[in-house]
Design a binder for this molecule. Structure first.
Ligand code: ZN
Length: 461
């Protein structure tokens, strides 16, 4: 997620749209929840019927408290239910397993010129049972206005979606309305792309995003997810090829990208935003004080992977890292990096957090390569650590992830190095990167890895 400092209007979404940080609780036996969601009023709201079996859940609650004001009412057999604070009390439902509720959508932040489709978080219409069952079999079926479609990152069979537990705790992007939807696969990963507006063309989308997925897969010769969902909203952005990008993980990986209407497919391929967002999938979701680590590693990878896979030269990658470190050094509020990360959406210290984190990634990569005589790298450690953590959407602390990285790398310094960065209030020293004795390791970091980048057939057309 970057470039938001240039798109002020999107900032609230970036800052405010995060779902609850609490992990799903684990109690009670397997239950079912079947949702039928009728979208009405020109995609302005939803009437939802949810049938719960057995009817032992006490309330339906919003995923994100900020959506509670959008609830217009709830009924059981036509009788109004108590909806204080946006929570629907079910004990009044007197034995009937189905409840109706109605929400109005807040303003859609992302609209493409000439498109009537809206990009919405599921927190606008999905209320979850509470207490949340340990195992819930949930289905969601949509009834849409004529000509309307829906696209979500959840497993789907025909008209039925099957959201997992994370879809009830972590927000994600969905698209409603009239839009282009295409599906293809890259290696073993199924990709669905919902595009608002006419461009880039289907072929260009396949080429751009196919190559981005392969580039990020080069970290460990595989992509860390079986399924990916993209939402493309083309915008006027003369200065940048991709004006904005953001990843959400509720029920699956959904990446929103705002490509410029002026960008050619080669420019889109060479741009860093899609690579950055996809790189996040090598890491778990981290709590806000650990964002220096997740954003830092994604920022480092966006430069290194593009150089390794021929999307930019090694010289340009080093220049961009040097310039980024200089920007990071100039920004910030003097807080320790962990605290700077926690307060970033309020203080705007994005450059400090992203680039101090990238300096950590760079130092860790250099030290891993040197201490192992080139046998271990940050990329290999990320790949190994991800095999252990899997695709969970659960939030993890920076120290847990650093421990996993240390174990995966077999090196004894990662946790200590990470702790030092997290506590540091001045920008780290990166001047060693230009010393002559680091010339070899610099060359290794940006060394072409086209064999691992899978640049062939479909993706390089
Ligand atoms: Zn990011």
């Amino acid at each position: 997620m970057m470039r938001f400092w240039k798109i002020g209007g999107l900032l609230c979404l970036a800052a405010c749209a995060h779902g609850s940080e609490a992990p799903p609780p684990t109690e009670r036996p397997r239950e079912t929840a079947h949702y039928t969601v009728t979208i009405f009023d020109n995609f302005g709201g939803a009437r939802v019927r949810v049938c719960l079996e057995p009817a032992t859940m006490l309330e339906l609650v919003p995923i994100d408290d900020s959506a509670s004001g959008q609830l217009r009412g709830a009924w059981s057999d036509g009788t109004p239910l108590d909806t204080t604070n946006g929570r629907i009390r079910l004990q009044q439902a007197s034995g009937t397993p189905c409840v109706d509720y109605e929400t109005r959508f807040g303003r859609s932040w992302f609209r493409a010129r000439g498109s009537s489709a809206v990009v919405l978080s599921q927190t606008q219409w999905l209320w979850r049972p509470d207490p949340f069952p340990r195992e819930l079999d949930a289905t969601v079926r949509f009834i849409l206005p004529a000509g309307g479609q829906v696209s979500l990152p959840w497993p789907q069979s025909h008209a039925l979606y099957f959201p997992d537990a994370s879809a009830f705790f972590t927000d994600t992007y969905g698209v409603f309305g009239s839009f282009d939807r295409q599906a293809f696969s890259v290696g073993g990963t199924s990709v669905v792309v919902a595009r608002l507006g006419d461009q880039p063309s289907d072929d260009e989308v396949r080429r751009w995003l196919g190559r981005a997925v392969r580039t990020v897969a080069s970290v460990d010769d595989r992509f860390p997810r079986d399924r990916l969902h993209f939402v493309l909203v083309p915008v006027d952005s003369p200065a940048e090829q991709v004006a904005f990008g953001m990843l959400r993980r509720g029920g699956g990986s959904s990446i929103l990208l705002l490509p410029s209407l002026d960008a050619t497919v080669s420019q889109l391929e060479a741009d860093w935003v899609a690579i950055h967002e996809l790189s996040h999938l090598w890491l778990p979701r981290l709590y806000s004080e650990g964002r220096w680590l997740s954003e830092g590693i994604a920022t480092y990878l966006q430069e290194v992977l593009r150089a390794r896979c021929g999307l930019q030269s090694a010289d340009r990658a080093w220049t961009r890292l040097r310039e980024g470190f200089a920007r990071g050094r100039r920004s910030g509020t003097g807080r320790a990096l962990a605290s700077e990360s926690r307060n970033m959406n309020r203080t705007g210290a994005y450059h400090r957090v992203y680039w101090a984190g990238a300096a950590f990634a760079f130092e860790a990569d250099v030290r891993l390569r040197q201490s192992s005589r080139g046998e271990m790298t940050l990329l290999a450690a990320l790949g190994r650590a991800q095999r252990t953590s899997g695709a969970e959407a659960r939030l993890v602390s920076a120290s847990v992830f650093l421990e996993a990285l240390e174990e995966a790398s077999g090196a004894g310094f990662i946790e200590e190095l990470g702790k030092r960065y997290a506590a540091r209030s001045s920008f780290p020293d990166t001047t060693f990167m230009d010393l002559p004795e680091y010339r070899d390791v610099r060359a290794q970091i940006m060394e072409s890895a086209e064999g691992a980048c899978g640049i062939s057939a479909e993706s390089s057309r």
